[in-house]
Design a binder for this molecule. Structure first.
Ligand SMILES: *Cc1c(COP(=O)(O)O)cnc(C)c1O
Length: 384
């Protein structure tokens, strides 16, 4: 019998998405902009709560790029970026012909180390005579970064912060929503993220003027004239009205999805509590209320004599998808020539970490099957 496939993180529709799309068809709002776009932006703004403004875009990567553009990042500038992340966090630095400076993580949240961040800032000033132009931090796997320490450093050196919260919609640090901590915040609605628009993202910013500037840049920088008139280079980065319709439907199921991701994390924690050599990644929930986009474990290979990849391969053989952690950017061929301030933390985590299936549609039985197979692989080794 074919075993049911258990995926890492599947998108799950709530039911109302098609309604919004039908509305768009009925009213002939197939053109890029329309009521679903503004409705989705308003929903996000209401959800994030803080004094923020949201612009819906075609991708999280586009949001990062427009943050770079608006901060004036260009040739000759350096931008600090958390190394332990997806390549999309750093690519827009290169789009702007600037230089990425990678900074390692600390072991508690797996996000940027405040100590190494400050060290990097001071050292770049000594080496180049100027401070980096911006700092990109990430809430990896939904876990908020050490915001108090990071925002203090950002204001001490007067370097704007960009919070890449692509994986962290719904996460909170000390009760405040991720995506609202920087000058700019980035959300993603790609297929595998917390909610999806079948591809999309958003830029969160602090004022209406900046949101308007984001829309201006995202719609080809057309000046307000009866003919096409351009004083700046623009981009075609706006979210379509159809995709925004999916987003509006997804906002209705967001609370339920968050609840389920967190339940799944708790269930894994319970089921794996007595398994020596396996730890479930977690932080004190009062400070770091992660959405647990993905539940991650670390494997003590010395104790168990197997690696995270041995477990991944076994799970794969029984139709369960798991994934190794992000490979640190400072070790990627495409980025390894850039300066990096590291202490081995993210490289160490990359060796021992594994993301387990965490999508909201998984049943408790699915999670139990994952854990049973994981235990089987560990036992097998002990018997050999
Ligand atoms: C997914 C992701 C992005 C990019 O978002 P897209 O919408 O896919 O462009 C950026 N940063 C991180 C950390 C991500 O996980």
């Amino acid at each position: 019998m074919e075993l049911k496939k258990i995926w890492l993180s599947l998108a799950q529709m709530g039911g109302q998405e098609q309604q919004y799309i039908h509305d768009a068809f009925d009213k002939n709002w197939i053109a890029p902009l329309g009521p679903n776009v503004t409705g989705f932006e308003q929903d996000l703004k209401d959800y994030l709560g803080e004094n923020c403004h949201v612009t819906a875009l075609s991708a999280g990567t586009a949001a990062l790029h427009l943050a770079m553009v608006q901060l004036g990042v260009g040739l000759g500038d350096e931008v600090i970026c958390q190394s332990f992340t997806f390549s999309a966090s750093a690519n827009p630095i290169i789009y702007q012909n600037a230089t990425p400076i990678f900074v390692d993580s600390e072991p508690e949240t797996w996000n940027i180390s405040p100590t190494l961040l400050e060290k990097a800032i001071i050292d770049r000033k000594i080496k180049t005579g100027k401070y980096p132009k911006a700092i990109i931090i990430v809430d990896l796997y939904g876990m908020p970064a050490k915001m108090d320490e990071i925002t203090t450093i950002s204001s001490t050196y007067n370097i704007p912060l960009i919070e890449d919260a692509a994986e962290a919609l719904g996460s909170e640090y000390k009760g405040r929503k991720c995506g609202t901590f920087g000058e700019y915040g980035v959300l993603s609605f790609n297929g595998n993220k917390i909610i999806t628009t079948s591809g999309g993202g958003a830029l969160v910013c602090k004022s209406r003027e900046r949101a308007q500037q984001t829309i201006f840049l995202a719609t080809q920088a057309k000046e307000n004239k009866p003919y096409y008139h351009h004083k700046e280079i623009g981009y075609n980065y706006r979210l379509s009205n159809i995709c925004a319709g999916i987003g509006r439907g997804q906002m209705k199921v967001l609370p339920g999805h968050l609840l389920r991701r967190r339940e799944i994390h708790s269930l894994y924690s319970e089921l794996l509590a007595d398994v020596k050599g396996i730890s479930v990644m977690q932080c004190n929930r009062r400070t770091y209320n992660s959405n647990y986009w993905l539940t991650c474990i670390t494997v003590n290979s010395e104790l168990l004599n197997i690696t995270a990849d041995n477990i991944r391969l076994h799970l794969d053989s029984v139709n369960i998808e798991s994934r190794l952690l992000w490979k640190p950017l400072h070790t990627q061929p495409v980025f390894e020539s850039y300066p990096a301030y590291t202490d081995g933390t993210s490289e160490g985590l990359f060796q021992i970490g594994l993301c387990l299936p965490s999508g909201p549609s998984l049943t408790n039985e699915d999670i139990e099957r994952v854990v049973a197979e994981l235990k089987k692989r560990i036992q097998n080794h002990k018997c050999q």
